[in-house]
Design a protein. Structure first.
Length: 258
């Protein structure tokens, strides 16, 4: 059993291994307070050929300048860091980042025969490769010439952004399903999914047709009602006329007898 001093010694050794100088670093997107440690005295830190300024809010440089802290990992912070001194002593530190994929909206509704475009955006280092699946089936197997898949990494000053875009022409009911984008590199993978529902192209007309049917039915009911009402009025008028005629006949007969 280790005593208290032994446990402290083991912990210090673990920290030393973690922060060993010049060691490459593997991190997750949005990870905070990531230390990069250089063994060179009074070094200057650089990335992508540019000096890292202490005024940059994305970084914090400890007083001895050997330790550079990345405040929060995003695509700007992945890649190769260089620490160097006036004597051209140099150390390279790679910051490897697990893939990140921007989440999709949960569902997407498409009208039959319309086209659909999905963009799988993210980053990682090394640059991830994008793969598409529909209901666990590789999308390429269902292409049939209607589907185009383009992977267009975008080179920026701070790293490569991935963009795997699929475009499907003339969506059909069979194209409904769960679309999954998987970004994978040598560190790991990350995915994002969206449930796509293809609706009947006449689906948008059904509410309108329903309203038209209701209006027509209402007009028929009003027409029948008015027609029946007119007939009743005519019958009432005829009956009133007969009653009046009989009344006059009675009066005339009475006058003749007198």
């Amino acid at each position: 059993m280790l005593g208290g001093f032994g446990r402290v010694l083991v912990l210090l050794c673990a920290v030393f291994v973690l922060l060993s100088t010049g060691a490459d670093v593997i991190v997750h997107p949005w990870e905070s307070n990531v230390p990069l440690v250089c063994s060179i005295s009074n070094p200057k830190w650089m990335k992508d050929g540019k000096t890292i300024e202490t005024s940059n809010k994305g970084y914090m440089l400890l007083p001895e300048k050997k330790t550079l802290i990345i405040n929060k990992i995003d695509h700007q912070h992945m890649g190769v860091y260089v620490c160097t001194d006036a004597h051209r002593n140099t150390e390279n530190i790679n910051v490897y980042v697990w893939p990140y994929v921007k989440p999709f909206q949960k569902t997407r509704n498409i009208i039959q025969e319309d086209y659909m475009e999905l963009e799988c955006k993210g980053f990682g280092h090394p640059t991830p490769v994008v793969h598409w699946f529909v209901d666990d089936i590789p999308l390429i197997a269902r292409s049939g010439g209607r589907i185009t898949i383009e992977e267009t990494p975008q080179q920026t000053d701070s790293g490569v952004l991935i963009n795997g875009t699929i475009t499907i022409q003339k969506m059909d009911m069979d194209d409904s399903g769960e679309y999954v984008c998987i970004a994978r590199n040598s560190i790991g993978f990350k995915n994002a999914s969206v449930a796509v529902y293809v609706k009947d192209k006449l689906a948008a007309l059904w509410p309108f047709l329903g309203i038209c049917a209701e209006v027509i039915l209402l007009c028929v009911i009003i027409f029948i009602y008015e027609k029946g009402r007119s007939k009743r009025l005519e019958e009432e008028e005829d009956q009133s006329a007969r009653v009046e005629e009989e009344r006059l006949n009675v009066i005339n007969e009475t006058k003749a007898q007198c």
